[in-house]
Write a protein that binds this ligand. Structure first.
Ligand SMILES: Cc1ncc(COP(=O)(O)O)c(C=O)c1O
Length: 426
C-alpha cells in the first residue's frame, strides 16, 4: 500500500463522520453506496445539506459545489421558485394513476425549445430514456445493432457500456471519416447511432460540428436513426446542443437538469417514430408502462427549472463558463502543471497530461479541504447561483493546492535537473 498523500491525510482529518458512515454503510451496501461513479479513495464525503451553491458534509465542512450533482442542479440547492413549485405539488399529491398537468407543461416547454422533439415521453432517469430510444430505433428500423462513440456514456446499459457487446459497435469520436466508414460497413444491421454532442463523463469534450454533420448525413442516407444524448449537453443553448451545432437528430435523450433535482428522463423526436408508443389506436407497437413514469414531483420541478433557464440565464452561465475555463488554464500554467481545460458553455473539465495524471486525485482532495468540490475525475459544471465571488474562491483554492504541491512536484523536469545539478548535456 502506498503512503497517504498530505492531501489525503488532511481530508481524513477533516471528515471522520464520513469515514464512520462509510464503514457502517459497507456492511449493507456494496462499496457503501448506490452510485458507482461517486466513489473515491479513501472514502466519499457524505452530505447532509445543500443551500444555493454550498454543501455541508456530516462533519460540518462547507464546500462550494462545482458539480451541481453532476450537472443536474442548474439552479443550485433549494432555489425558492423550485421549492414553491414542488411544495405545491407535494400538497396536491406525489403520484397519481393518470396523467397530470405538469406533464403537459413540461412536454410543451421542451418541444417549444427543441423543434426536433415533436413528441416526447417521460421516464425516471436518463438511463431509461436511452433504453427507450434504443427500443424505438430497433422497432422503427427492424434492425438490432447500436453504434456509439468511444468515451460516451449513455447510462447503465450493457449495449453502451461494453465495447464487445454483440449488439453494439464503437465509433471513433474525433475522426469523422473513420466513423462514417464504420457506419457504412454495418449499415444493414444498424438501428441507431447514439452520440453525446458534448461528451460528459469522458471529460466535457465537445464534438466538432463536422463530426455531427457527417453522422447526420450518413445516417439519413442509410435509414439509421441519429440519437443525440443531451442529458448533459442540453444546457449549452436554449434548444440544447443541437441548436448550438445546428444539427438535427431524429431522437433526443434528456435527463438530469430537466428534473430540477428530482429523478426524471425524457426521450422524444420524430412523430413517426414516437407514435410507436401511442396506445390510443389499439395496442401500442412499443409498450412503455412504468409506475413512476412522468411523476408529477419531478415534472413540477422541471417546469420551474426551465422557466428560470431563460436565454439570458444561459448566456450568463456560458460567459461564466468561458471565463472559468480560461482562468483555470491560466492558473495551471502559472504552476507549470501540464493540463488541458476542456468544455463548452457552463461545462468544464481539467485533464492533466500523463506525466501529471497522478496529481489529479491530490488536486481533487486538496480542493475539497480548501472548500471546493469538483468531480474526482476533474469534471465540473456551473449553476446560476455561482457568482464571480465563488469562481474567485475556486481559483484561489486551486492556487493554494498547487502552491503546496509545487516544490516537490510541479517544477518542470528540466528545471528540477538544473536545481539538482543533474542536467544532462545536450
Ligand atoms: C450523457 C448521459 N446520458 C445518460 C446518462 C444517464 O442518466 P441517469 O444517470 O439519469 O440514468 C448520463 C448520466 O450521467 C449521462 O451523462
Amino acid at each position: 500500500m502506498t503512503a497517504a498523500s498530505p492531501e489525503e491525510r488532511e481530508y481524513r482529518r477533516r471528515t471522520p463522520a464520513s469515514k464512520r458512515y462509510f464503514e457502517e454503510a459497507r456492511r449493507y451496501l456494496p462499496g457503501g453506496d448506490s452510485r458507482s461513479t461517486l466513489f473515491f479513495t479513501p472514502y466519499p464525503a457524505v452530505f447532509a445539506r445543500g443551500d444555493g451553491c454550498r454543501l455541508t458534509d456530516l462533519d460540518g465542512n462547507e464546500v462550494l459545489d462545482f458539480t451541481g450533482n453532476h450537472s443536474s442542479l442548474v439552479h443550485g440547492y433549494g432555489h425558492p421558485a423550485l421549492m414553491e413549485a414542488v411544495g405545491r405539488q407535494l400538497d396536491a399529491g406525489t403520484c397519481f394513476p393518470g396523467p397530470t398537468e405538469p406533464q403537459l407543461r413540461l412536454a410543451r416547454l421542451l418541444s417549444e425549445r427543441v423543434p426536433s422533439i415533436e413528441l416526447v415521453r417521460f421516464t425516471n432517469s436518463g438511463t431509461e430514456a436511452s433504453l427507450n430510444a434504443i427500443r424505438a430505433a430497433r422497432s422503427f428500423t427492424g434492425r438490432r445493432v447500436i453504434a456509439w462513440a468511444k468515451g460516451a456514456y449513455h447510462g447503465t446499459l450493457d449495449e453502451t457500456m461494453t465495447a464487445a457487446h454483440p449488439d453494439a459497435i464503437v465509433l471513433p469520436f474525433a475522426d469523422p471519416d473513420a466513423a462514417v466508414r464504420r457506419i457504412e460497413e454495418r449499415a444493414g444491421e444498424l438501428a441507431a447511432v447514439l452520440v453525446e454532442p458534448v461528451q460528459g463523463s469522458a471529460g466535457m469534450i465537445p464534438a466538432t460540428q463536422e463530426y455531427l454533420r457527417r453522422l447526420r448525413e450518413v445516417t439519413a442516407r442509410l435509414g439509421i436513426l441519429l440519437v443525440f444524448d443531451e442529458v448533459v449537453s442540453f444546457r449549452v443553448a436554449w434548444g440544447g446542443a443541437q441548436e448550438h451545432f445546428g444539427v438535427t437528430p431524429d431522437l433526443t435523450i434528456l435527463g438530469k437538469l430537466i428534473g430540477g433535482g428530482f429523478p426524471l428522463g425524457a426521450f422524444g423526436g420524430r412523430r413517426d417514430v414516437m407514435e410507436l408508443f401511442d396506445p390510443s389506436r389499439g395496442a401500442p407497437v412499443i409498450p412503455h408502462p412504468g409506475s413512476y413514469n412522468a411523476n408529477p414531483m419531478s415534472l413540477a420541478a422541471g417546469v420551474a427549472t426551465l422557466e428560470l433557464l431563460t436565454r439570458e440565464a444561459i448566456g450568463r452561465l456560458n460567459r461564466s463558463g468561458e471565463s472559468l475555463r480560461s482562468r483555470l488554464q491560466e492558473t495551471l500554467g502559472e504552476f507549470s502543471v501540464d493540463a488541458r481545460v476542456t468544455g463548452l458553455g457552463s461545462l468544464f473539465a481539467i485533464h492533466p497530461s500523463e506525466a501529471y495524471a497522478a496529481l489529479r486525485h491530490r488536486i481533487f482532495l486538496g480542493l475539497y479541504c480548501e472548500g471546493v468540490l469538483i468531480d474526482p475525475r476533474g469534471v465540473g459544471t456551473l449553476s446560476t447561483v455561482i457568482g464571480a465571488e465563488e469562481m474567485e474562491r475556486f481559483i484561489e483554492a486551486l492556487r493554494v493546492v498547487l502552491g503546496r504541491l509545487a516544490p516537490a512536484h510541479l517544477i518542470p523536469s528540466e528545471a528540477r535537473d538544473l536545481l539538482s545539478g543533474n542536467q544532462t548535456p545536450h
